[in-house]
Design a protein around this ligand. Structure first.
Ligand SMILES: [Zn+2]
Length: 352
């Protein structure tokens, strides 16, 4: 029995083969601006996931993978579930089904979406300030939109602090207010990139043999230079997280095809950097202290540092510097309002 069949027969028979979007009655237009609602619903038959977008992302990973990786990816099923499974970490039992069955952490993904909206506003605000100067009415409007959302998100963040394994944000919380459609479209693109990194990380745990299936992942990540392999310096539980981050970055960067076929704004490597750094930023804001490891996860600051090293190794330096700098400014603004997470100070980031 395949992982997908096992999921629908034994774990979630109540879903009746329906998509996550259909079951949760999610309005695709508000959550993912440019994805046509018609393409979900009845036309979507789950293959790699019960979630329309995850299905699409896995197909994309598989299409851009080499033959052995492709074979493993073809037999994955990722189940997105609302608040039933407290963690995206997967179940794996070689006895019950073939392939890999993975649960996707919806709480982290949802939190990342809200931060993606803020990051999108931040990018627009910066562009307006650069083009029109600080006193222009258009710039002032962008600054005001950004400030409002920053404060709204920071107030919400106080409620969201997580115990790592379980993040749940209010279902009706949404920074999108329906008036800035271009910026929302940009936010939806960024959210797809954070989902891509999170998904890559969870798939990587399986490919690396962390969940009981055989390991085909280590061969890829061990080729990286030493400053990108922080798992060699940590205990075996934390090592797995560094490895999963590394393999996720390799999968998201190596994608040779466009991430989405409707536009080509995003180079896969730029996208990979944005997705990874924003996800780790959100984990930092949720954790509060980026220099404090937990039993299951290493310090967020050190995961961020490793991600930066790998991105430098895999991509062109030029645009990365801009992304790194953008995130430092973004972190500074978050820290001003939240007084937790990343500080925006490069020395603080690298002190561990
Ligand atoms: Zn993990």
């Amino acid at each position: 029995m395949k992982a997908k069949e096992y999921y629908y027969e034994y774990i979630a028979p109540e879903e009746g083969g329906k998509s996550y979007q259909e079951l949760q009655a999610i309005d695709m237009k508000s959550r993912f601006g440019y994805v046509s609602a018609d393409s979900v619903g009845k036309n979507f038959t789950p293959r790699y996931s019960n979630d329309f977008l995850l299905d699409y992302l896995i197909e994309d990973f598989a299409r851009n993978a080499d033959a052995s990786l492709q074979n493993r990816l073809e037999n994955i099923f990722v189940a997105k579930r609302f608040n039933k499974v407290p963690n995206a970490r997967a179940k794996g039992s070689k006895k019950d089904y073939e392939g890999d069955l993975i649960f996707f952490q919806v709480g982290l993904s949802d939190a990342c979406f809200q931060y993606a909206i803020l990051l999108s506003n931040f990018q627009y605000m910066k562009a307006y300030l650069k083009d029109y100067g600080i006193n222009h009415p258009k710039s002032l409007e962008q600054v005001s939109v950004f400030q409002d959302k920053l404060i709204k998100l920071s107030n919400a963040q106080k409620r969201w602090s997580s115990y790592w394994d379980f993040i749940q944000i209010e279902k009706d919380f949404n920074l999108i207010e329906g008036s800035q459609s271009e910026q929302e479209e940009r936010a939806a693109e960024i959210a797809l990139l954070t989902d891509r990194f999170i998904l890559g990380h969870e798939i990587a745990h399986h490919l690396l043999g962390h969940t009981g299936n055989y390991d085909i992942g280590k061969g890829y990540i061990e080729l990286l230079p030493d400053n990108c392999k922080l798992w060699h310096k940590s205990d075996s539980v934390h090592a797995k997280e560094f490895q999963a981050d590394a393999l996720s970055l390799l999968m998201t960067c190596n994608a040779t095809k466009e991430l989405s076929n409707h536009q080509d704004r995003e180079n896969p490597k730029t996208g990979s950097a944005l997705g990874a750094l924003l996800t780790l930023t959100v984990l930092g804001q949720l954790a509060g202290d980026i220099h404090k490891p937990t039993r299951t996860h290493p310090k967020v600051a050190v995961r961020y540092k490793q991600a930066m090293h790998i991105l430098v190794e895999l991509t062109y330096h030029g645009f990365l510097i801009h992304i790194f700098e953008d995130f430092l400014s973004f972190h500074k603004l978050l820290h001003t309002t939240q007084n937790r997470g990343f500080t925006g100070d490069i020395d603080d980031l690298f002190k561990d």
